[in-house]
Every structure is written in C-alpha cells, then in structure tokens.
Design a protein around this ligand. Structure first.
Ligand SMILES: [Zn+2]
Length: 401
C-alpha cells in the first residue's frame, strides 16, 4: 500500500495528552501525519514531514481522529416518523414503540436489513464516523437476533447482542420465560457474531434481577458488558453496570449522587489522560433527548466528579434517528455543559474508551489511520456551526473515502 502524507494541517487534534496544547486534545499546529499500511506511522511538524508516495493537502484546515460512535441500533426495518410527529405535538416517549420496529424487522428479508445497515453505515462515514458499534434488539427471536448480528458483523467488529431490548409482545405476561430464552438458545445463537452484551435496564423493560441474570450469562460465554441505564428515570442500571465491570453505561440521564459516586469509584490512573479514566464510561446520547424532547443528561456533573464521558448517536428509528456525531457534539456543548474540547474528546477518544480500544480515537504512531479533515480551521467549529456538513474528507484505515 503506498504511503500517504496528510500535510499542511492547521490544527491537529491528536488526543495524546501532554503533547502540544489543548489539554486532553493534544493539539499541534502546522502539523503533518504520515500513513503507512492503514496505520499512523509518524506525526510531527509539517516542516519536518518525511517523503511519501501520495500527499493530501489539508490547506490549513483542522484534522481530528475519526469519530467513534459507540452506541447505534442500525439493524431494523421501517421508520417511526409518525410517532416522532405525534411526540412533537405532546405525546410522551415510553419506549413502547420499539415493538413496532420489532414487527417490521421480523417481516423484512435479509437483503432489506443489509441494505439499511449499509446505507446508514455509509451515511455515518460521510459525517466522519470511522468506528461504529451496532446492536441487535429488533428481532427478539433466536433466528432474528442471530441474523441481525450476522448482518451487523459484515460492517463492524463492534457488535452487541441486545436480545434484552424489550420483552416482546408474545412474552408480555411471561417475562421470566423470555429471560430464559435470552440466556439460553438466543445467546448461543448470537455468540458467534457478538463482542458485547447489553440490556435495556429500565422500568417497562428489564429490572435489576433480570438484567443481572442476562449480563452474567453473557459474561460467562466471553461477552463484555454494556448497559442501557437510567434513560427514562432513576433506577438500578448504572450501579448494576459498575458492579459487573461494564465498559459503559449508556444514557445516564437520571442519576442520583450514588450513581455518580459509583461511576467515579471505578477511576484509575493512566499515562494517556491527565486525571485518569473510569473503567466504566458514562456514554451520553443527546440525540435521544433531542428526539424525545426530554431533559438532557448533566455532563458537567459527571466530568466534575472525574467520570470518563463518551458521546454517541443512539442512531435508531424510534428515539434518535441521527447518525451525526457532529450534531451530538453541538448538543453536548449547547445543552449539557461540555466545553467544545470535552465534547470532541468524548466523541473520539471517549468512544474508544467505551469500547475498550486504544488503537482508535487517537492519532499517534501505531494507531489506526482513521482521521477526518474539516472544512474549518478548528475543532471549535463542530459546535459553533451546527448542522453544517464540515467533514471534507475521511480516511478510514488509511484509505481516503
Ligand atoms: Zn440505545
């Protein structure tokens, strides 16, 4: 593979703390990045750039690591535009609409599901998302969960078994039986295609006992844990995630002091980030609050407590039909008390932490050559110019897209 130099970068966000300015963003000015064999081979001043087979002139623009979207539900059929419209005229969001999508997904062919996954994956990539996590959870039968994950695994290695999204209608009065199905044959069928296991731990979905049983079964067969927690109200999800060593608890909209303390208690020191990280990341999904017209999570409270925060889209047809990480950054800054630098970090390195990855979300030698060139001189513009397509070019595994 020919080497490639991204040259004349006005502002390079490396996310390598202690290198350059900008705190955790590790900003370098007038920089260049050399890419070889899909990896970053060298980062330094443009004036010292080594020769390369090909060159991309960033012309003074900002370059960032590609976005890491650590929470998305892309395997589904149909849409719920009418439900969105009803909500905007005052109907509350309850999560019950998930069953609408389950019906449409079960009725869809493999080809239809695959086309939707690929369309949305391409849409996200155009907006700078170079890594995306994809969950099952709209099949809710053994066969439909397995095929959802098989199709997701065609486009990402970050696949999550979410058979415990809701109790499907046919099990509505027998939730214990559904949990047995999830822990038994459904998990066995999902396992070959999944890296993670997830549960929607919420009133109306799965309580703490059911969620613990399902997540523990997943751990027993080698899946790592993430949890949908505390989206619609206070509950046990966040503390359960911490108890089980989850990589991430996602949503975190309604938190008690005990929840925040539990997350902060997982903090450890590391070389890569001043102040360390928390083993369990709080992944905030402001697209969901936007689309359900709900109060946003308080990112400031989590950050001030020392909790590692990630931002993700929650892309799904019901409660957050956006694949745009820049949109989430803008919401986080405007509505959640994050600085632009914190939001950009959370959408890149934070997402990588939430997936327990250190080869993405960062631009240093040895990292994957996933980066984006903005039509802007600074990362600040992502929040400052909301809704504007600022991603000029994407390099994914070192390949220009
Ligand atoms: Zn979700």
């Amino acid at each position: 593979m020919p080497s490639l130099l991204v040259d004349d970068i006005g502002e390079l966000v490396t996310n390598v703390a202690g290198r350059g300015e900008g705190g955790p963003l590790g900003i370098r000015r007038r920089a260049a990045v050399l890419v070889e064999d899909g990896e970053v081979a060298w980062v330094g001043p443009a004036a010292d750039a080594p020769p390369a087979d090909r060159r991309i002139d960033a012309a003074g623009a900002a370059v960032l690591p590609g976005f890491v979207d650590s929470h998305a539900h892309l395997v589904f059929a149909g849409d719920r535009a009418a439900e969105f419209a009803a909500r905007m005229t005052g109907e509350p969001y309850t999560g019950g609409g998930i069953r609408t999508t389950v019906g449409a997904t079960r009725a869809a062919s493999d080809g239809e599901l695959r086309a939707t996954v690929r369309r949305l994956r391409a849409e996200a990539l155009r907006q700078g998302t170079t890594t995306i996590e994809i969950k099952s959870g709209y099949g809710l039968t053994v066969a439909d969960e397995a095929r959802s994950l098989r199709i997701a695994a065609e486009v990402t290695g970050e696949t999550t078994f979410l058979g415990a999204h809701v109790v499907p209608a046919e099990y509505a009065d027998r939730p214990d039986e559904y949990v047995s199905l999830v822990c038994g044959p459904m998990l066995a069928a999902a396992r070959p295609y999944a890296r993670w296991i997830d549960v929607f731990c919420e009133r109306g979905a799965f309580d703490a006992d059911h969620a613990r049983a399902i997540l523990t079964c997943g751990q027993a067969v080698g899946l790592d844990v993430r949890v949908h927690a505390n989206q619609l109200g206070h509950g046990p999800g966040v503390r359960l995630g911490v108890e089980l060593g989850a990589a991430s608890v996602d949503h975190c909209t309604h938190l008690t002091d005990a929840d925040v303390d539990a997350l902060a208690s997982t903090r450890f020191d590391c070389m890569c980030h001043e102040g360390g990280h928390t083993t369990t990341v709080a992944t905030l999904l402001p697209g969901a609050e936007f689309s359900t017209r709900s109060p946003y999570p308080d990112a400031r409270r989590l950050l001030d407590a020392g909790v590692t925060v990630a931002l993700a889209t929650d892309c799904n047809p019901g409660s957050s039909y956006t694949s745009s990480m820049p949109f989430c950054i803008a919401l986080a800054v405007r509505e959640m008390g994050m600085t632009p630098a914190e939001a950009v970090w959370a959408a890149t390195a934070g997402g990588a932490r939430a997936l327990r990855r250190d080869d993405i979300g960062v631009l240093r030698p040895g990292a994957r050559a996933d980066l984006i060139i903005l039509d802007a001189p600074s990362h600040l513009h992502l929040a400052y110019r909301p809704g504007v397509p600022l991603v000029r070019q994407v390099l994914h595994n070192g390949v220009p897209r």
